[in-house]
Design a protein around this ligand. Sequence first.
Ligand SMILES: [Zn+2]
Length: 317
Amino acid sequence: MFNPIIKIRINEKMFYFLFLTLVCLLLYGQKYKTQISVIYTNSANGYLESCDCPTLPYGGLARRITVINKLRSKNTIVVDSGDLLSAEENRLLTEYCLKLAKYCDYDAVNVGDQEIIQGLNFVKQFKDIPFVSANVLINKSDEESYFFPLYKIKEVNNIKIAIVGIVSSDTLTLIDNNVLSNIKIVNHIDCLNKLIPLLNKQADIVVLLSHCGLEEDKRIAKQIEGINIIVSGHSQNLLFQPLKIGSTLIVQAGKNGSYVGKLDLEVVKTNKRIKIDKYKNKLVLLDKNVFVDKMVQEIINEYNYKIKKQAEKLLLK
Ligand SMILES: [Zn+2]
């Protein structure tokens, strides 16, 4: 004969089973999958435009603006790992580089040795450029004072991305001692060892803008956990495919701003864990087929006119 008590017990068991399954799904199965892209540049070296000649066949900031704005979407961050400016001190050129860089609408730009050459107090006046730098300090013996924010956090598609910038003191060989006496460079490894664990708590993904050169970036990827992407700089390597060291991807886009890179990431977020499932990289060559905006060309014409006037003045002396 059918026993109603047994039926209730079975139903109770079923209820607990379903309840536990639901809890497990809520705790462990909440997967969020999305796509984000890192648009990256490095080493424009102060070139406003390409001469399309053997000295500078490709590149220049004018074309960079067009390509970045074409690649940009609501899923992207746009970053530069440094040496946006020239290696020779030239304040007029720096002013115009930074005027053009404003139209790239970067989320973060790292300080490289060539930014330091131009004088960081001068560079700092261009408030439209979101410089970040975690290990370059104003040289005051009694306090820690930074020129720029150490990092920036941007949320894209519900994924928090921390963008941090560093420079290695090994890259400062061209810099005048007078300039060096006004700054203090903290060892980049010590800086990252302190900062990356903090950023891992605040963000889902950490993007390091590193002005240390590719070989040092490989060492950083091996030594320091918690960095998802390294946008490498200074050494001017052209990497058509990212280098993967552990779970860190390293990218770099050559010299003289000849390319703009775009790294597409498929990201899976499970509760507090994040995983880059798949990635795809492309480098866009800035050749003469890239259109230059009329307003951008007018800025360059203005610079060329000022240079011509300066040269005429020198000849008259
Ligand atoms: Zn450099």
